[in-house]
Ligand binder design. Structure first.
Ligand code: C2E
Ligand code: MG
Ligand code: MG
Length: 549
């Protein structure tokens, strides 16, 4: 006992974590140097104070319930996230563990860990990821999120209006990017001023804007609305001594049963392109038989069905390595389509159509099976294979069964398989997605968040899901070394990953300089052309990094 006490004393006096001893009335009996330093008070100022005196008012009520449960012996330890007030008035976020010490009088030890930096990184990421930097409008991710909500609210229909400024590149090239930015900001504020309360106005990047208008149900009212938006854009804008009267082409899609958010947005885009082709400043409503794009899509769709039947899809594998030793730790499975006339097609060229035609679950089964087969053929490889999963595969499309089937047929251990889910897949965690993710977790299959940083919404819902790792999106990797956003985001996410004891993989490493930066930022695992391109299984001999070509 005396020994225990000496150990406690040493940890209390010398530890880096803030600690205090409280009595049954939440009075601070003792505070350690780490805590006084973090709060900016002296020991004398803290000792004898009530805990409430240094606690954010909104968290005081919860504290008294915590103290009550500990004093009554209902619980031995209680973890909370709570805010403390520094002597200078700053609020700091903490993770605090209250522990009841055996015996009388009642003594409770509070261990206080500073989470402020982590919270700040979270807020930064959250805003950045959901908004357009220039206009502050919601971006594509947030737009799709809102659109999904609109589609799910059973009784209401909505119109999706896609606006694209005509000849924007001309303005941008002749007057310069600054003038271009100015124009975009002015157009954004005009669209917003015409929009109705409850609508979502988003910027998809470049000169593309989208308005989601719930309650606009028929083509006629949608066209009326789009025309008002176009007129607002038309009024002259003075830029750099020139009066510019921009025009915009508009495309409209209207919700009908069974639409996906992506599908609706794509239809509005097709309608907009069709409007643009037939002249400027026009507006069209999407119809299934619209122009070349839609026809192309339909023919590719039927080709894709045939490809799935006839085995034209194949899976390539790209190594994930330890950044320092370059030892291979995993492979990512990436699907390709060996098209009879067009050669080897990458996912960007057909995943969109695949999703639109609801063929993703079928494609997913092929990839899962090939990924497991890859492992089965390499019994001495103890790393993992990472398989990409689309949002459409989660929540009722038989993913758990498909995983079980692939594992059973090949005899591969579930712990060698990991699934990559994009953050958008986690945006709206419904009961069925949660159940499915939990079932996968139970099987022992790891879940990684893919392209992290680009589509991030509610970190809290991500963290409460069984996600065990994150992959940093390539768009940040290629900006490493900019001493700005690229480096900031990479450092923030790496420390987030490490503080949560998750697996972190940095994607798209192409140069030794990027690799070195990544190592400095604390990344352990990486993937990219520097270490190896995706290759067919037949060209990968176990344990050897395939030469970059
Ligand atoms: P992802 O999951 O983020 O995959 C990484 C992509 O980055 C791959 O493109 C890969 O070839 C590419 N890449 C890897 N290293 C580098 C690099 O150093 N530099 C550059 N510039 N690129 C690099 P890919 O194969 O074209 O796949 C694109 C996306 O398609 C994937 O992004 C993934 O979201 C999706 N995808 C691929 N396979 C599947 C699949 O089987 N199922 C589903 N649902 N989606 C898939
Ligand atoms: Mg991936
Ligand atoms: Mg990725």
């Amino acid at each position: 006992m005396a020994h225990d006490n000496a150990l406690f004393r040493a940890a209390f006096a010398g530890g880096a974590m803030g600690m205090s001893v409280l009595d049954a009335h939440s009075q601070i009996v003792e505070a350690n140097p780490a805590l006084t330093a973090a709060l900016g008070y002296s020991i004398d100022e803290l000792e004898g104070q009530k805990l409430a005196a240094i606690t954010h008012p909104d968290d005081v009520g919860r504290d008294s319930r915590v103290m009550d449960r500990l004093s009554r012996g209902v619980a031995q330890h209680i973890h909370t996230q709570r805010r403390l007030l520094r002597a200078d008035g700053e609020v700091i976020w903490t993770r605090t563990t209250f522990s009841r010490v055996e015996g009388e009088p009642v003594r409770i030890i509070a261990q206080i860990e500073d989470l402020t930096e982590t919270r700040r990184a979270q807020d930064l990421l959250e805003h950045r990821a959901l908004h357009d930097n220039l206009t502050g409008l919601p971006n594509r991710v947030l737009l799709l999120d809102r659109l999904t909500v609109a589609l799910e609210s059973a009784h209401q229909h909505a119109a999706c209006i896609f606006l694209d400024i005509d000849d924007f590149t001309l303005i941008n090239d002749s007057l310069g990017h600054e003038a271009g930015d100015q124009l975009i900001m002015e157009v954004a504020s005009r669209i917003e001023s015409v929009s109705r309360p409850g609508d979502t106005v988003a910027r998809l990047g470049g000169d593309e804007f989208v308005v989601i208008a719930p309650g606009v149900e028929d083509s006629e009212s949608a066209i009326d609305y789009a025309t008002q938006l176009q007129e607002a854009v038309n009024r002259p804008i003075p830029i750099d001594g020139h009066d510019i009267s921009p025009t915009a082409s508009a495309g409209i899609s209207l919700t009908s049963r069974g639409d996906s958010a992506q599908g609706l947005l794509r239809d509005a885009d097709v309608a907009m392109s069709s409007a643009k082709r037939t002249g400027r400043n026009r507006c069209e409503v999407f119809s299934e038989h619209m122009g070349h794009d839609a026809k192309m899509r339909l023919s590719v769709e039927s080709e894709l069905r045939a490809a799935l039947r006839e085995g034209q899809l194949e899976v390539h594998f790209q190594p994930v390595v330890n950044l320092i030793t370059e030892e291979i730790r995993a492979f990512e499975a990436l699907v390709r389509w060996r098209h009879p006339n067009r050669g080897l097609l990458l996912p960007d060229e057909f995943m969109g159509i695949c999703e639109h035609a609801n063929l993703v679950p079928q494609l997913g089964e092929i990839v899962l099976r090939d990924a497991c087969r890859f492992l089965a053929e390499r019994p001495h490889f103890d790393g993992r294979v990472l398989v990409n999963i689309s949002t459409q595969q989660i929540g009722g499309a038989g993913l758990v069964e498909a995983v079980q089937e692939a594992l059973a047929v090949t005899g591969v251990a579930p712990t060698q398989l990991a699934l990559e889910i994009t953050e958008t897949g986690m945006l709206l965690p419904t009961t069925s997605t949660r159940a499915e993710l939990a079932a996968l977790d139970e099987l022992g299959v790891d879940l990684l968040l893919d392209d992290f940083g680009t589509g991030y919404s509610a970190l809290s819902s991500v963290l409460s899901s069984p996600v065990t790792g994150m992959k940093l999106a390539r768009e940040f990797t290629c900006r490493l070394g900019d001493d700005s956003t690229g480096d900031r985001i990479s450092t923030a996410i790496s420390s987030l990953v490490n503080s949560l004891s998750m697996v972190g993989i940095i994607e798209g490493v192409e140069t030794a300089t990027q690799r070195d930066r990544a190592i400095t930022h604390g990344w352990e695992l990486g993937q990219g052309f520097l270490f190896g391109h995706p290759l067919p299984s037949s060209e990968i001999s176990y344990g050897r990094v395939p030469a970059a070509s």
